[in-house]
Design a protein around this ligand. Structure first.
Ligand code: GLC
Length: 557
């Protein structure tokens, strides 16, 4: 069998490539002040869960969603001051201690960089709306009305709409012009063609880097630049105002790669730092094209695939074709914007078994895994009725604007089975997950068969096996429907992953050349004696069973 080529990175530290990033939603991790909302001290006090102690999960970095001052219209994604910490989460000293404690445990710290837009109470916006002259005049995207309607009201400059429903322009009576907003009207978009924007944002980035931050997750980064002439988007058929447009002019502009290179250069001023961009409303091809050395891009191909071997194989093939062997993808199965995978894929399935099988995908596919807090316990989504929704777009959902309530994926982390799950001593800002009394860190730490114990074991195997954290990938075509199999390899390490994604026990047969190699079933989802491959190439897998096999020769090294 032809083996895929092996490529080694020629750069120094590659934690961003071989490591595992743990995403923390600070509001929901741990509350130390008793206000029902998580805070920075809460994160610091639970770092042992992640790294540095014998019972730690064993991840390499944490990504914190926004921690900056914000009126909270989009729960922190509407920032009113980029250079400091929201008092809701603690003090500047709390932040510096968090970074120091993380670094002491070998954990890198990634912050969210939300610079497509600011809050409408940011001082830049206040200055910009007050005057058409001066340093902030062009900081945002302002436009004159295209005319007036029959009742004399100003008509927006073009047809752009907001991703969060409704028009993409808001009339500002103070300045007498419209401003553009891709998200809420409380989130005006910055004008990235204004040199002041570049200067102030890069100065802010340098400030955080100087405080020890190791990288940034760049929110909706492919929307930073818009058409300089503010042309209307072409229209097409679609189910919502957003999908009825071809977004040619309000994102993905030709000069984006040059801007990204500028921002990257700032991050590159010291070695070992990275960025990861969140691709906004685009396909895997675009994600791959925008990725670069030390700049990862989230694509949501796997997250959006159905839970079946056929759907996953197709998604993986599309990804591999898009990235090719030289570009490095990310692996994301859940995040703060999407339903948690155990709820999304889990209808009628054993939740623990699904969580373990999905963990195999997350941690053995090629790419940098991003593990969403609670995923390591198999925490499900919560049910939040629309009338109680906190997520702003969910509150304005309607016939022409379907929206998934993101509160459901943001429940507090269950630490123990105590009331409040030891997340808080008061009323949590969102309900606890329904099974928090039994599905929590303390209970799973005590149970060697728990989802948490499996994540830990798999993370340890991944760390010890170069093929799993750095190897090239090749899917193994299987004739048995329901089975997904792939290989990973470096020059001296080989791994084979075989997964039954179906609801029935199956026997699969691997090609004779693979069966002829010597494989050690190093870890399985269903207990301490994972199935091996018979000489005939046969392997028996129960429903949702997965096994990670490593080559014996490599293992012996
Ligand atoms: C990104 C964030 C999301 C936020 C949006 C607007 O998609 O992940 O949570 O609402 O940007 O900032």
């Amino acid at each position: 069998m032809m083996q895929p080529p092996v490529r080694q990175s020629d750069e120094g530290p590659t934690w961003w490539k071989t490591g595992v990033v743990y995403q923390i939603y600070p509001r929901s991790f741990a509350d130390t002040t008793g206000d029902g909302v998580g805070d920075l001290e809460g994160i610091t006090s639970h770092l042992d869960h992640l790294s540095g102690s014998p019972s730690s999960l064993g991840v390499d970095a944490i990504w914190l969603t926004p921690i900056y001052p914000s009126p909270g219209h989009d729960l922190g994604y509407d920032i009113s001051d980029y250079a400091s910490v929201d008092p809701l989460f603690g003090t500047e000293a709390n932040f510096d201690r968090l970074v120091a404690e993380a670094h002491r445990r070998g954990l890198k710290v990634i912050l969210d960089l939300v610079v497509n837009h600011t809050s409408d109470v940011h001082s830049w916006f206040t200055a910009s709306r007050r005057s058409r002259a001066g340093p902030y005049a062009n900081r945002y995207l302002w436009g004159d009305p295209a005319g007036t309607d029959r009742s004399g009201r100003p008509i927006p400059p073009n047809n752009w709409v907001s991703f969060f429903g409704g028009p993409g322009w808001e009339w500002d009576p103070i300045r007498g012009q419209f401003y553009e907003h891709t998200f809420l009207e409380q989130q005006p978009d910055l004008n990235w063609r204004d040199p002041g924007t570049r200067a102030d944002v890069t100065a802010m980035m340098r400030g955080w880097l100087a405080r020890g931050v190791d990288g940034f997750r760049m929110d909706v980064f492919n929307a930073f630049l818009k058409d300089p002439e503010l042309r209307s988007n072409p229209v097409r058929r679609g189910r919502s105002a957003w999908t009825r447009q071809l977004h040619l002019h309000d994102k993905d502009q030709p000069d984006l790669p040059a801007l990204l290179a500028e921002l990257r250069a700032v991050v590159d001023e010291a070695p070992g730092r990275m960025t990861v961009g969140e691709l906004f409303d685009g396909d895997v091809g675009r994600a791959a094209r925008l990725s670069a050395e030390r700049h990862l891009v989230f694509d949501f191909e796997l997250l959006q695939a159905g839970w079946s071997a056929a759907a996953m194989s197709r998604a993986l093939d599309r990804r591999e074709a898009a990235y090719g062997p030289d570009r490095w993808p990310t692996v994301v199965l859940s995040n703060h914007d999407q339903p948690r995978y155990v709820s999304r894929w889990g209808t009628g399935l054993d939740r623990d078994a699904l969580a373990r099988a999905a963990a195999v995908l997350l941690l053995t596919l090629r790419g940098t895994p991003f593990l969403y807090y609670g995923e390591e316990l198999g925490v499900p989504g919560i049910v939040v009725p629309n009338e109680d929704a906190i997520d702003p777009p969910a509150r304005r959902a309607g016939p022409d604007f379907a929206w998934w309530n993101r509160d459901q994926a943001r429940a507090p982390m269950p630490w123990t089975g105590d009331p409040g799950a030891s997340f808080t001593t008061s009323r949590p800002w969102l309900p606890l997950s329904p099974d928090a009394a039994t599905r929590n860190v303390a209970a799973q730490r005590a149970d060697p068969r728990s989802v948490l114990a499996f994540y830990r074991a798999l993370l340890a195997l991944r760390r010890a096996t170069p093929a799993l954290h750095a190897g090239a990938y090749a899917r193994v075509a299987m004739r048995t429907p329901g089975i997904l199999a792939f290989r990973r390899r470096t020059a001296d390490s080989r791994a084979l992953v075989v997964l039954n994604l179906g609801r029935r026990d199956l026997t699969a047969t691997l090609a004779s050349d693979i069966a002829a190699e010597t494989w050690d079933p190093a870890l399985g989802t269903h207990g301490s004696s994972p199935p091996g491959i018979a000489r005939s190439g046969r392997i028996n897998l129960r429903a949702l069973e997965g096994v990670v096999l490593v080559a014996l020769d490599a293992h012996a090294r």
